[in-house]
Design a protein around this ligand. Sequence first.
Ligand SMILES: Cc1cc2nc3c(=O)[nH]c(=O)nc-3n(C[C@H](O)[C@H](O)[C@H](O)COP(=O)(O)OP(=O)(O)OC[C@H]3O[C@@H](n4cnc5c(N)ncnc54)[C@H](O)[C@@H]3O)c2cc1C
Length: 295
Amino acid sequence: MGETVFNHLESADHVDAEIGARISAGEPDRGLTGNVTYEFRTAGKRLFQRGVVAHVTVDENGGTSDPRVFATGDATLPSKGMEEIPRQIADSLGPDKIQFQSKAIKVSDGSVTLEDGRIILGKQIVVATPEPVLQDLLDIKTVNRSVGESCLYYSTDWVPPFKEPFLLLNGDGYGPVNNIAFPSMIAKEYAPAGKTLIAVVVVDDQFIKRTDLEGEVRSQCREWFGDIVNKWEHLRTYQIEHALPDQSPPTQNPYLLPKPISENIRICGEYQSLPGLQWALMSGHMTGKNITKTV
Ligand SMILES: Cc1cc2nc3c(=O)[nH]c(=O)nc-3n(C[C@H](O)[C@H](O)[C@H](O)COP(=O)(O)OP(=O)(O)OC[C@H]3O[C@@H](n4cnc5c(N)ncnc54)[C@H](O)[C@@H]3O)c2cc1C
């Protein structure tokens, strides 16, 4: 895991380059390269755990979710937006199979009741909502907890001082920002020509309830990027109450599906697995396969 992450950390190269320059200038090595690089790598690993892993696991200590997914993969986005992923999967179902804007309020064996009063009948029902919703729909109590998150979007003419689409992690150990992504550096379609789209993620309820969250985020970004941040245009803040399942250890085994509620009602999604798109998709895939075996 480490090598891939650190090979992509621009500052790692700076550290090694700086040490290399000092050695070429005649400074004795004294094991410095090894130590400093080791210290940098250890600090980098902690930073990685606090940032990416905390984001996906919401566990400041690193949690037990598998960070290899983030460490070994590239930063990617569908150029037409995240919606393109379910859209392309749903294409194979044909038209009128999916109803949008239809809130479910109750699930029983054989039927789903919608908010507008309609009742949909089905032999097999899969509930793939966030867990708090699942509890209401099925009138059950589960012990799992969710954690809130805020996502603040900015537009700017400013160009970040690096060429690759890094996910920046907060290594300061304080402040509201967990990580910053630059979606328009991954797919140019995410911003008009000449503009950069910035997405700042703030994890945990203690921050998202602050009255001046935007001001605090801007102030922390100013520490990192300078006064240019004053010119960033704040586009919108999304407050997501149930953003991620709490991942305090022991976390779920994503390869084990949750016990079905009954013979005809199953649950899937990240709330009984690990947070992240790949686990949610895998959970849906495994559930679908199980249904085809029994129906
Ligand atoms: C800010 C943020 C950034 C993230 N970034 C990443 C990332 O970079 N990479 C990654 O892998 N993961 C990321 N994630 C996590 C990822 O979004 C989740 O792991 C994934 O969406 C979980 O999928 P799911 O199907 O379990 O739940 P969801 O995607 O939450 O789907 C649940 C669905 O249930 C629907 N629903 C809710 N209530 C009802 C109701 N009463 N009736 C009918 N439908 C209902 C909702 O509308 C929703 O469509 C991020 C999450 C957040 C919040």
